[in-house]
Design a protein around this ligand. Sequence first.
Ligand code: WT7
Length: 647
Amino acid sequence: MAVPYQITSYKQYQEAYHKSVENPEQFWADIADHFVWHKKWDRLLDWNFSEPKIEWFAGGKLNITENCLDRWVKTQPDQPAIIWESNHPDEQHRILSYKELNDKVCQFSHVLKSNGVKKGDRICIYMPMVPELAIAVLACARIGAIHSVVFGGFSAQSISDRILDAGCSLVITADGCFRGNKTIPLKSVIDEALLSCPQVERVIVLTRTGTAVSMQKGRDIWWEDEIRKVEAEGKTDFPAETMDAEDSLFILYTSGSTGKPKGVVHSCAGYMVYTNYSFLNVFQYRPGEVHFCTADIGWITGHSYIVYGPLSAGATSLMFEGIPTWPDASRFWDIVEKFRVNILYTAPTAIRSLMAFGTEPLEGKDLSSLRLLGTVGEPINEEAWVWYHNHVGKGRCEIVDTWWQTETGGIMISNLGGVTPAKPTFATLPLPGIQPMLVDEKGEIIAGGDASAGILPENTISGNLCIKFPWPSAIRTTWGDHERCRTNYFSACENLYFTGDGCLRDSNGFYRITGRVDDVLNVSGHRIGTAEVENAINMHSNVVESAVVGYPHDIKGQGIYAYVIFRGHEESEMHIRQDIVATVSRIIGAIAKPDKIQFVSGLPKTRSGKIMRRILRKIAEGETENLGDTTTLLDPSVVEEILRGRL
Ligand code: WT7
């Protein structure tokens, strides 16, 4: 049965957009009607951006897992919910039907319950990309616990920061994880993290790699043993906890311009409605299709478009444990062929890294099942777009360039595959319900995404991207610090949500995201705060001070360039570099390793002591002449020195 809120023509898009602006309450009520509720909402929307307060469907009662599992168990129990492909091409893949997934989620909910987990508890999940990760996430949602998934690449220090910030009482992990030809010992990373987290009472450990682990008595238990107990007790179904629409569903940490990552909080109903709505519309999902999102569930893309969006739509979601280039650069194409994938959703950085291998890895692969291609995470350059279109899509698949953020919960600006026009390097138009605005440096609106703003420029305009009206999956708060949420997102421009992205808007009203305007880097589609990297570098005992900026990188999009003042002795520079890189890996994780480290004797500072990053950024980008005004610098000669030593 067709979903009534799936938009199937450009005309319908325009009508829906218009309706969403004129009467947002009716627009969202009509969509929310198609979900399973224990009780419908009393008030559709309550909001003000000044606190901020954002409440959708207040008074409504539901459980998101009944929308992702139970309703499909009734209508399509045997439909594959998750297809899992191992890191190792010769390991048997797994298929979990909706019925099987539901059974496993219920079983694991029992495990959580028997280990004392209650509604509202925070649970940290640090796991490999195996179906049990999705099962753990869904079991938390079923019992009403708030999951905080931490990407498997983060260090012990990063995990303990996140566990402490969220006050997690239980951790779910595995002995290890496979990534290409590497085995990463997840449990020992958790052991190290927990040295500083005494409030964690339980650690549930899944067996994945067979790596030897030490189990702390009274604290650590095996996943498999717990499941056996539940089976022995004959427990099967697990009634879903009744949640308030605005109860928190999960926390996901993300980097900002300050040193400490923020715990972005999403709530149950709004997030459910929006991820489902955006999944159906952007990807134009058709019943029976196989959706392959290559992200890790540790990031928002995985939460929204591997787990909640596809499953709430009854789709088949393909989960891949490995990496695109191992054992060779045909891995994605083998998977597409093997499972007849219809929708492929990946990141520009993955496309660029595969491009570097040429088209040979694609030869002889049957990609005829592909209908739609998607990208996310960073601006896609025209060359990568064209390669994706010609060589992967063979010129017949639409590409959706989807712009959104951890904080937005779901896709905000994107063409709807095959329904609204595409334009290479443009995310194009907002989804109905989303009202983008461009503002100038002072925070004044200079262009609106819709006629209701009253401003429709004739030429391309550039500014900072803001959103004018709430949408259901908007960030509700930053965990434990609501004021931080306000200052970060709702104070730069009055009554607008500020995204931190720069943006162009052309005369058709198409948006092109140009990149961050704050001190946040986007490295291979991962968000990394420069302050965080600086803090990590400064942990090295010989580092006096450092400044980190981004520079254009062919594959990663942005690379990390660090200027470091080192209190040194005779050691070789190479050694010191390795040491600094190791320090950053230890403090944050390998994803934040600097690509270039330049030793300097001073940093360009204003008289008030502020580092002039603009200059450092230009030098890192390869600019040698037009560095802008340097007269306000305390000591302009450091710029000369930095220029001479640039890498
Ligand atoms: C930042 C959000 C959204 C899931 C993955 C990243 C950049 C995201 C695009 C796009 C240009 C994009 C923005 C944004 N970004 N998608 N299609 N075109 N830039 O989530 O870690 O929260 O990062 O990624 O700069 O602010 P995230």
